[in-house]
Design a protein around this ligand. Sequence first.
Ligand SMILES: [Zn+2]
Length: 372
Amino acid sequence: MLGGLLKNSSFLSWVDNKKHIPLQKINNSFKLNIIYLAIMVNYKDLGLVNTREMFAKAVDGGYAIPAFNFNNMEQLQAIIKACAETKSPVILQVSSGARKYANQTLLRYMAEGAVEYAKELGWEHPQICLHLDHGDTFELCKSCVDFGFSSVMIDGSSLPYEENIALTKKVVEYAHQFDVTVEAELGVLAGVEDDVVAEESHYTKPEEVIDFATRSGCDSLAISIGTSHGAYKFKPEQCTRDPQTGRLVPPPLAFDVLAEIEKKLPGFPIVLHGSSSVPQEYVDIINANGGNMPDAVGVPEEQLRRAAKSAVCKINIDSDSRLAFTAAVRKVLAEKPGEFDPRKYCGPARDEMVKLYKHKIIEVLGSDGKAE
Ligand SMILES: [Zn+2]
């Protein structure tokens, strides 16, 4: 039976069966466990929410929740501002790359700050979820659950089917004890996203989804129907070219596979990764100001709009905000080569991202006004 940690202003001691044991007298590994327990935090204490209710409403309402990745303050400010102004629920995603870049602890406190910032902006009941994107081990997911994340993804999609189920189930059993929701993945997306790399995509097999969802107990399922990670989602040979503009036209998403999955799992929340559209205007600004991104191509917004109206209730967008940020920074630096104050180029980059996020929320996902 565990005791409890007694804190007062001058010392810490472990209280067990009414005996106070000073921390100095406890062995080191037990001490570490005690300290771990003392600093664990549940997301509810940070003002965050899990995805359960968000997804139930999105499935019923025929819209999708935006899942935006963030790595720095400007991105987070832009996401919160856009969501507060449109009253859109939002999933803040932290990838393993973001954890390495910005530090998991810092990101968690930033998310906590984001809730307060949202209120300051006049958003009375912010619906903000903090989500681990592409967790690849039980230990990583556990650590996120223990330190304030309200949702985690366990990506076992590269494992054999039974191993994917077993790993997902283990994460679900742990996370559900703390009311943290779990996203799993079945099928493989092509492309590159931080540490997630796959050459070829393999569509999710509709005949597997009932068994997978039932046995793993996951709360939502990321599927592969032709979306792809990164800013180069399709190779030129997979696309056709618009004869007028010379630009690549990507192949359509496999809506027949999505419909089959929806039929097998009616009302079950489906997630689309790799769903940036790679706006041509940003690619053009980047290329016109010293960049080099030939043949960058994404998923047309029209197709995402269609997906958002179906069982798809979470759409992941990362590359588009990177492009908006980079385009704005390149433009400022090209026009004002003497500029050296980061606020003078990160500020315009932030404004551009606010515009992008609002556009996605209102024009593509339909999530505006869903979290008053
Ligand atoms: Zn992804």
